[in-house]
Design a protein. Structure first.
Length: 403
């Protein structure tokens, strides 16, 4: 009897061992025959592997949050820059009720997911200054953990610009992000794993959890404190604050994603001589954003130079001029020096936009502006009322139309 039991026990043990070995072999086979392991090599290699094997991409995605139409231009440019990286993964965009231009966002490749959002914690005192630093909607970022149809996702802030493919970041697990001040990480670009359990824990605690910046970044850092995180290289989230360091030029060259931090953005701040501009924006990245913005407007047929119109191929010359002028203009204006320049204002939207641009130039005009040329496309009716209002700024009164 005992011998039979020993034999049966031996058979069971052998069966279990075979089962374990078979499971390991199957896992190794799937790993070798899938393309997931190629993410460690690079996003392009991963895409080539998929193409060769005619396989579908892993269930990964990129995701961002758009609160209102104020940041619509930033969102469109970010999405266009993402398209240029040729990522094989979809881009999901959470939008709050204040967003109206969803058609344009979809044309730029975004999959729109409307959400109601989360309330800003009542424990934080809301002031005009805090609204500028932490928009009231930013805790709605926590809703991204509901994307459980995807195994992994990378969150990207709206105020960013993709410069190179970042798909290889999907090789890591939650959380993977670039270091910020101290032992914290920056949530402008981070990999996470969607989970209803995690989402529930976050939503139930965020209103009573302290945050060092009274925003989502502070809360997310607190929530994942004590847990293992992967720190990505700075090229995944390059910010202008690094300009203070000697290796900035190298960091700028290797940057895969540039993050326009602070309230000084290419789409809302155009005074190149201002100290904020020099501190928070790199001129090269500024013009990358501007050129992509023109590209977006063309693709959306918003009246920017048509394909048959003039092409500005002198990007390097414009950058060179601005690089020199950005440091010289403030001193020259103080010294009342006369460095006469001509200014081109391109209006493709509304008279209000043109009015705002020209009112800013009125301040500069006595110092450095010689002539102002206002360009508009044939799809936009020129507002002669606005033009005549600022006619004294233009010596010759030349307002050429560009078709």
């Amino acid at each position: 009897m005992s011998t039979t039991r020993k034999r049966m026990r031996g058979v069971v043990q052998i069966g279990l061992l075979v089962g374990v070995l078979w499971t390991i072999l199957v896992a190794v086979y799937r790993w070798k025959t899938s393309c997931t392991h190629m993410l460690a090599v690079g996003g392009r290699e991963y895409a080539e592997c998929l193409q060769k094997r005619k396989a579908k991409p892993d269930m990964f995605c990129y995701v961002s949050l758009l609160c209102d139409d104020v940041m619509i231009d930033a969102a469109l440019v970010m999405l266009r820059s993402f398209q240029k990286t040729q990522s094989v993964f979809p881009f999901v965009l959470f939008v709050l009720p204040g967003v109206t231009e969803t058609d344009a966002l979809e044309k730029m490749g975004a999959r729109i997911v409307p959400i109601s959002g989360l309330e800003y914690p009542a424990m934080f005192k809301v002031t005009k200054a805090s609204k500028q630093v932490n928009k009231m909607c930013r805790y709605s970022k926590l809703e991204i953990w509901r994307l459980t149809e995807f195994k992994k996702a990378i969150f990207v802030d709206i105020d960013t610009l993709f410069r190179k493919n970042t798909d290889d970041a999907f090789q890591y697990n939650e959380i993977a992000a670039v270091s910020d001040l101290g032992d914290t990480f920056n949530t402008g670009f981070f990999l996470f794993q969607p989970s209803l359990k995690t989402h529930g824990e976050m939503v139930s605690t965020y209103e009573t959890t302290d945050s060092y910046n009274q925003g989502d970044q502070g809360f997310i850092n607190t929530f994942f404190s004590g847990k293992k995180t992967k720190r990505l290289g700075v090229e995944f989230n390059t910010i202008a604050r690094l300009k203070e360091f000697s290796k900035w030029e190298k960091a700028k060259e290797s940057a895969r994603l540039f993050h326009y931090t602070s309230e000084t953005k290419p789409w809302n701040f155009h005074h190149l001589g201002h100290s904020f501009f020099r501190e928070y924006i790199d001129v090269a990245f500024y013009y990358e954003w501007v050129d992509l913005h023109f590209d977006v407007q063309k693709k959306l047929s918003r009246g920017v130079f048509s394909d048959n119109g003039p092409k500005w191929d002198n990007f390097k010359r414009r950058k060179s001029v601005c690089d020199r002028t950005i440091h010289l203009c403030p001193q020259m204006m103080r010294d009342n020096a006369r460095l006469w320049v001509s200014v081109v204002v391109h209006a493709w939207e509304t008279p209000h936009t043109l009015d705002t641009a020209l009112s800013g130039l009125r301040i500069m005009a006595p110092h450095i502006v010689d002539r102002i040329f206002v360009l508009w496309s044939s799809s936009v009716e020129p507002s002669y009322g606005v033009l005549s209002k600022y006619a004294e700024l233009n010596k010759l009164g030349e307002f050429p139309e560009v078709h």
